[in-house]
Ligand binder design. Structure first.
Ligand SMILES: [Zn+2]
Length: 412
């Protein structure tokens, strides 16, 4: 079946179909007076508007929208019980995280709620969040476990991710994040929890085949470099690919560790060192930036995106959607923050939110740009130009989202 998408104001795509790095990061290709031809949900070509292209089975009117690749979000924590708006309200009034944690709040409250929630309810909540994120233009996701911190609940979260993968047409990559925090029952015996992770949880997840990646919160007071290396090496030995929450709150060296172990990405990197940047560039590890988290935690210290770009690092953007430190479904919001707070240009931020996210998940052959042979994963913007994504801040200009050639969201 061949489809022609017509009446498009502009078609905007990363220049290179694989990854945007170096000067490619500064560019986007913009087509005007052009249509997109799809064949069975796959992009076949971009043709001049008046060129005849038979046979066409279906014509879709884009209603003069700007068409960009659907966003790829390579870092979310979408499956969780409960929300933490009361804690947020205390936090913005000056309450410190440690005091909130002492009152039973913080990540432990999400762990309690996730352990207590049954699998069907957890799935329904996650599905609602997924649809909310799609409505902001995202059609490819990574989702982590990490609010169970015991074998049973971590597997429950991963089964929910599996159900999302099976029931929804969006692409989803699953990540096991059992090393997100030390659970309360292991507070004074971290070594026992590391043993549980390495000897029981990781093999159990592997056996079920329900996670492609293993991630860890490598941070002062959580898992130090040596502990992270042990856990990640064990994961690697079992065949997991790696991602790392690195250098978010302190310059511990998570970026260097990600490079040493050949991780797919290191994420956050607010405090990544010069040496960390260089090693990650050399090893080809993606720098996944999460400016929504820094913003939501009310810090003015953002990740050094300028240094990373100057070093030719591969820069991606994510929402980090989670109930504690980044409760947003909106990739456009993250793009706006990347420009206003990290100094990215609009072109750099769109490359980071599309092709480089796809590259980070190993999906660059399928999605992330508008090139021949890729899935028609497209986001339609009701806007005069793609620049309105940042310029018209705080407003959702997404009018429709297409996945593999079919609409999965249309604004009513
Ligand atoms: Zn995270």
């Amino acid at each position: 079946m061949r489809t022609r998408i017509t009446n498009i104001r502009e078609i905007v795509t990363p220049v290179c179909p694989d990854v945007a790095v170096g000067t490619d990061m500064d560019k986007l290709t913009v087509y005007t007076d052009s249509d997109i031809i799809l064949s069975n949900g796959i992009i076949e070509s971009i043709v001049p508007r008046n060129r005849h292209e038979p046979p066409i089975n279906r014509v879709l009117d884009a209603e003069n929208a700007v068409v960009i690749p659907a966003f790829v979000d390579p870092h979310t924590h979408m499956v969780f019980g409960g929300t933490r708006e009361d804690e947020f309200n205390l936090r913005i009034q000056g309450e410190k995280y440690m005091e909130i944690a002492a009152m039973g709040g913080g990540i432990n409250s999400t762990v309690r709620a996730t352990r207590n929630e049954n699998e069907d309810t957890l799935f329904e909540h996650a599905l609602q969040n997924l649809h909310d994120m799609i409505a902001y233009g995202t059609a490819t996701f990574e989702i982590k476990s990490g609010y169970g911190l015991d074998t049973e609940t971590e597997l429950k979260q991963l089964r929910v991710i599996k159900r999302l993968q099976k029931s929804q047409s969006v692409d989803i990559k699953a990540t096991f994040l059992g090393a997100h925090e030390i659970p309360p029952e292991f507070r004074d015996r971290k070594e026992d929890y590391i043993k549980l992770l390495c000897e029981k949880m990781l093999p159990a997840v592997k056996e079920q085949g329900i996670a492609e990646y293993c991630d860890i919160f490598c941070e002062t007071g959580v898992f130090d470099i040596e502990e992270s290396r042990r856990i990640l090496n064990r994961a690697k030995e079992l065949g997991f690919k790696l991602r790392v929450h690195a250098d978010e709150l302190t310059p511990l060296g998570g970026g260097e560790l990600a490079a040493e172990l050949g991780a797919a990405s290191a994420d956050h990197l607010v405090h990544v060192t010069r040496a960390g940047i260089d090693k990650m560039v050399q090893a080809g590890v993606v720098f996944d930036m999460l400016p929504g988290t820094t913003f939501f935690l009310m810090s003015d210290h953002f990740a050094p995106a300028g240094d990373i770009l100057a070093a030719n690092g591969i820069l991606a953007l994510s929402t980090d959607f989670n109930p504690g430190s980044s409760y947003t479904h909106s990739m456009p919001m993250v793009i706006t923050l990347a420009c206003l707070k990290m100094g990215l240009t609009i072109e750099q931020s769109i490359n980071a939110a599309t092709i480089n996210g796809a590259y980070s998940l190993g999906l660059q052959d399928k999605t992330g740009s508008i090139h021949k042979g890729k899935q028609a994963d497209l986001t339609f913007l009701d806007a005069p130009s793609y620049k309105f994504l940042v310029y018209n801040f705080g407003v959702n200009r997404v009018s429709a989202v297409m996945k593999k050639g079919e609409f999965i969201f249309q604004k009513s």
